[in-house]
Design a protein around this ligand. Structure first.
Ligand code: ZN
Length: 349
């Protein structure tokens, strides 16, 4: 079968190649791949800056944002042929640590977890893949192709889950305003979840984009294509930082109102020094009971939450997030960043 592979650590090693059928050791459920979403992690892997091949191998099958249809599933697995499904990315570490031991592999403490298409496990970027039923999630067939958004939505669902747990440290917590920084797929999905929670949603983007403006207007959200400094008076109850832009990260620290929560979702690279009045920032955070926390990945409960989020959303709105589809033969084109891209998908159908 055809698979999208890279040699991790080597830039521009991406290609389509023929590989053996997926091994039974990957799991008892056989899935035919329909689509694969592409994100910044895939770009990093292809550029040679991230990613690990399975032990003893040179190349990694890439792809962690999956959508497929079950072809074969054993009786009692909970799945049957025809089910529309998405694979869970991370597997618990073998020790396992205290978090992995209770199914919270997203909170792994020792870093020895593995991830399909990223870390020491082949991904979903092949015509078929096999997977363990415990790491497979059924999606509402009504969603159709938009269900490829489930994996990125699971990451956002975890961010919301943890934000709400932190908020509930005070019984009086009733958030009203949300600021999302960064209007990529993750930022837009964070805005969607804020909208579903009845919040007043503001989204800050680095430059004007008409489609994003329209999508956010549909959610009743306010779209700001300006700098964070101009939002000084907003004082949101929750900030979800999804841009991963170091300057924006600096600006969101201390930007909330009292008891505010800043949730850092976007990843940055090291090497960005800024002058911050740490005395003022600390004073504000202490005296106002503010929280800043980071979040990554998702466990099974978050995939479930994500499924509920997508099922409640307007299907047409979700479909508009997918702005480009590239065929398998030209999959590396999906890694290019074109000006109007939101989510780019590799089409296996
Ligand atoms: Zn662990």
């Amino acid at each position: 079968m055809r698979a999208l592979t890279v040699a991790p650590g080597t830039a521009n090693s991406a290609r389509v190649e023929d590989v053996p059928d997926p091994p039974l050791s990957d799991g008892s459920v056989l899935v035919k791949t329909l689509a694969l979403g592409v994100c910044g992690t895939d770009r990093e892997i292809v550029s040679g800056k991230y990613g690990w091949a399975p032990q003893g191998e040179q190349r990694l099958v890439i792809g962690h944002e999956s959508l497929g249809k079950v072809e074969q599933a054993p009786a009692g697995s909970g799945f049957q042929a025809g089910d529309l499904v998405v694979g869970i990315v991370r597997r618990p570490d073998p020790v396992p640590c205290a978090a992995c031991a209770v199914g919270e592999w997203d909170m792994c403490r020792n870093g020895r977890y593995t991830e399909r298409g990223i870390k020491e496990r082949n991904g979903f970027g092949s015509e078929h893949f096999r997977i363990e039923p415990d790491f497979l999630v059924k999606v509402d067939p009504v969603l159709g192709g938009a269900a490829v958004l489930l994996e990125p939505t699971s990451v956002v669902a975890k961010a919301w889950d943890h934000t709400e747990r932190i908020g509930e440290r005070t019984r009086s917590w009733k958030p009203k305003t949300l600021l999302v920084t960064g209007a990529g797929p993750v930022g837009l999905l964070a805005a969607l979840m804020g909208y579903q929670r009845g919040l007043e949603v503001h989204v800050l983007d680095h430059r004007e984009n008409l489609l994003k403006r329209r999508l956010l207007e549909k959610l009743g959200a306010v779209y700001h294509a300006e700098s964070m400094r101009e939002l000084g008076a907003l004082k949101p109850d929750i900030v979800m930082e999804c841009s991963g832009a170091p300057g924006v990260v600096r600006d969101v620290l201390g930007s909330t109102g009292a008891s505010g929560i800043v949730c850092l979702v976007g990843v940055t690279s090291p090497g960005h020094d800024f002058d911050i009045d740490i005395g003022l920032l600390n004073r504000d955070m202490v005296l106002d009971n503010e929280t800043v926390f980071g979040t990554v990945n998702a466990n099974r409960a978050h995939y479930q939450m994500a499924g509920e989020t997508l099922a409640k959303a307007d299907k047409e709105w979700l479909e508009r997030l997918i702005t480009r589809r590239e065929p398998v033969e030209q999959w590396t084109k999906s890694l290019e960043r074109l000006q109007d891209d939101i989510k780019v998908v590799i089409d296996f159908s």
